[in-house]
Design a protein around this ligand. Structure first.
Ligand code: URP
Ligand code: ZN
Ligand code: ZN
Length: 480
């Protein structure tokens, strides 16, 4: 493999920033230091005036997802290529078995679909039903396949929603295995009821979507999942936290000493629910995702969560459906396929709204765009760190570069851009994946099938360490 020397930049890790060159060879970082010389044949990148950061890790994407009667526009190649164009060098996607489907069969199916990935990828596996076989197969996934996180959809009744029995059994099993349970926190029964109520009020358009999924519906599920995790003494990761109420639930639990982690989507950080009142159906429907965009004020609270350390990661939930697919819900908002894009724009949007505003330092930016995800899913410092021996997945970041985000210039196959027209300052000039330059100043060189499946080892015995605090619920001994 060829070598790449990134010269003259400022390396930014989650713990510190410092002037250094970075030499990549054979897919790894070979050296980090001042005045490195280029080996024969190396490509030299001039990073003067720029930052050299770990490539972004998006812990929440859905490429080629069969969902709500259709399949997302982006497959694993187009979606990961779009990510590389935006500086994201790894994704963690989801295997989502149908209820009663064997979870190992589903896992193998997704592994096959993902072989065309241009960047590295990994999988959370959703637990959508429960049986002894599921319990056993979770063990195989953790011990043999490098899956260390399981997803639980608390919404999507009559589809992939899992009930409390499944949640409890799966969380308990995850703890035994040293795997992180994660939840999509929305009360699916309430969503089901409110969808009917809103429809009976005569509201059929996309404006009905947020009305059927108010913040308290999310907060109830977040509180319930956190409480179950607390009783079982297992850590928990809440995906796409969108509102004050569920962010507060996480902050409260953390203040009690519970290991609860929260993820925020780039979209939830910058958009609000006015998008659903757009007079054009296609535009409003293009924003239909769950949880929905929230009233103004929620975004600022999410930023505070990232700043304070009560929320930890940023993602996109990249899940692209085109206008023709969204039209399935023309007369019934509950049938609009849920999902929006963003894998290409996440880093730039978070830099522009986070670092340029002073909300985040560059190191905090690295923490919430890669390092924290790598730590929480046990692939640090292989990913999420510019250090010797780490994977050479890097983004060279031009803090002065600007770009107006648009569907016209995006690489995703989606036909909409939720950040349309937003001019950002701070963009990738180069992306390095596995030590190769895959994006060079607008020239995307993504290679289909180049991405590798990344195994994530189980957490060690400390993962389920009994927490010494007032709210210890599991009976340990009976006092007589
Ligand atoms: O609306 C969304 N978020 N679609 C993808 C599935 C999910 O809930 O994550
Ligand atoms: Zn979700
Ligand atoms: Zn999702």
């Amino acid at each position: 493999m060829s070598a790449v020397l990134i010269r003259g930049g400022t390396v930014v890790n989650a713990d510190r920033a410092f002037r250094a060159d970075v030499l990549c060879q054979d897919g790894r970082i070979l050296a980090v230091g001042e005045g490195l010389s280029a080996p024969a044949g190396a490509t030299v990148v001039d990073a003067g005036g720029q930052y050299v950061m770990p490539g972004g890790i998006d812990p929440h994407t859905h490429m080629q997802l069969p969902f709500m009667g259709t399949v997302t526009m982006d497959d694993f190649f187009t979606g990961t290529a779009a990510g590389l164009a935006g500086g994201t060098t790894s994704i963690i996607d989801f295997v989502i078995p149908d209820p009663q489907e064997n979870i190992l069969d589903a896992y193998k199916k997704w592994r096959g679909w993902a072989e065309k990935s241009a960047s590295d990828y990994s999988f959370h596996v959703a637990i959508t039903w429960w049986s002894e076989q599921v319990r056993k197969d979770m063990g195989t996934l953790v011990n043999d396949e490098g899956v260390n996180s399981f997803k639980h959809f608390m919404a999507y009744k009559n589809a992939i929603m899992c009930d409390d029995e499944t949640l409890v059994n799966s969380f308990k099993r995850a703890l035994e295995l040293g795997a992180m349970p994660t939840v999509h926190a929305e009360n699916g029964e309430l969503v089901y009821l409110l969808q009917k109520t809103v429809s009976e009020m005569g509201i059929k358009g996309p404006e009905g979507h947020p009305l059927s999924r108010p913040p308290m519906v999310e907060a109830e599920a977040a509180n319930r999942a956190i409480a179950i995790a607390d009783v079982l003494n297992v850590p928990i990761y809440v995906v796409h936290v969108s509102c004050v109420e569920s962010a507060e639930a996480i902050a409260r639990a953390r203040a009690r000493g519970q290991r609860v982690y929260g993820e925020v989507l780039a979209g939830h950080l910058v958009l609000d629910d006015s998008v659903y009142r757009h007079p054009d159906f296609a535009t409003a429907a293009a924003h239909v995702m769950s949880p929905p965009f929230r009233p103004k004020g929620n975004s600022e609270f999410l930023w505070r969560g990232l700043q304070s350390g009560n929320l930890h990661t940023t993602a996109t939930d990249h899940c692209t459906f085109c206008a023709a697919q969204k039209a399935a819900g023309k007369d019934d908002f509950s049938k609009i396929p849920n999902g929006c894009g963003g894998v290409e724009e996440r880093l730039a949007v978070i830099w522009d709204e986070g670092v340029n505003t002073g909300r985040l330092t560059p190191s905090e930016f690295v923490a919430v765009t890669s390092a924290n995800t790598a730590k929480l899913f046990n692939i640090y410092p292989q990913k999420g760190s510019v250090s010797v021996g780490a994977d050479a997945d890097l983004v060279v970041w031009d803090p002065a570069g600007t770009k107006t985000l648009s569907v016209k210039t995006q690489h995703s196959k989606g036909d909409f851009n939720i950040f349309e027209g937003r001019t950002v300052r701070g963009i990738p000039s180069h992306t390095v994946s596995q030590g190769e330059l895959v994006y060079v100043q607008g020239d995307l060189r993504a290679v289909q099938g180049k991405g590798r499946y990344i195994k994530r080892p189980a957490f060690g015995p400390d993962f389920g360490a009994v927490q010494q605090r007032a709210q210890a619920h599991m009976p340990t001994a009976v006092a007589r």
